[in-house]
Design a protein. Structure first.
Length: 159
């Protein structure tokens, strides 16, 4: 992959090379990101089952977004002045007023070969969610690794 390659480009390349190396055609790609190490077998099984049983293009592991990060509570700062990111934010006085939003958590994704090659995207109108309710950690910075180690050593997270 080049420095300008997207995640989709990388997946397409990995698919093509794998089909050459293994001399077989694959129908489904399972993407497991190393930055999200707290996955369990049932996550992978659930994503695959959801894809096949629902004839989906893809399935994405998601977690509920913390209401502190909700777009209606976000602010924009320009010249050290704040304004609401979303206009409705000024009317939000309690988190209970906010709808539940979901974020990709990086645990795993399943995508059909057809979707990858034809749509060049993971999210389509036939994408389904696999909801993960437990606490997870994405390791993007050194402090995230320390946090993950603490959670494991303290038995807050058991795999």
């Amino acid at each position: 992959s080049s420095d300008n390659a997207t995640a989709i480009d990388t997946m397409v390349h990995a698919l093509q090379e794998s089909e050459k190396v293994f001399d077989t055609e694959f129908d489904i790609l399972l993407i497991i990101e190393p930055t999200s190490p707290f996955r369990i077998a049932s996550d992978i099984e659930g994503v695959c089952r959801e894809l096949v049983e629902n004839n989906a293009d893809s399935v994405v592991c998601v977690s509920p977004l913390d209401t502190k990060c909700h777009p209606a509570k976000a602010l924009i700062m320009q010249n050290n002045r704040l304004q609401h990111y979303e206009q409705r934010g000024k009317d939000i006085t309690a988190r209970q007023q906010l709808e539940t939003l979901y974020a990709r958590n990086g645990i795993c994704y399943a995508i059909t070969k057809e979707c990858l090659l034809n749509n060049k995207d993971i999210i389509t109108d036939k994408t389904r969610a696999f909801l993960v309710q437990r606490h997870i950690v994405n390791i993007d910075e050194p402090i995230d690794l320390k946090w993950a180690e603490f959670l494991m050593q303290s038995n807050f997270i058991k795999l």
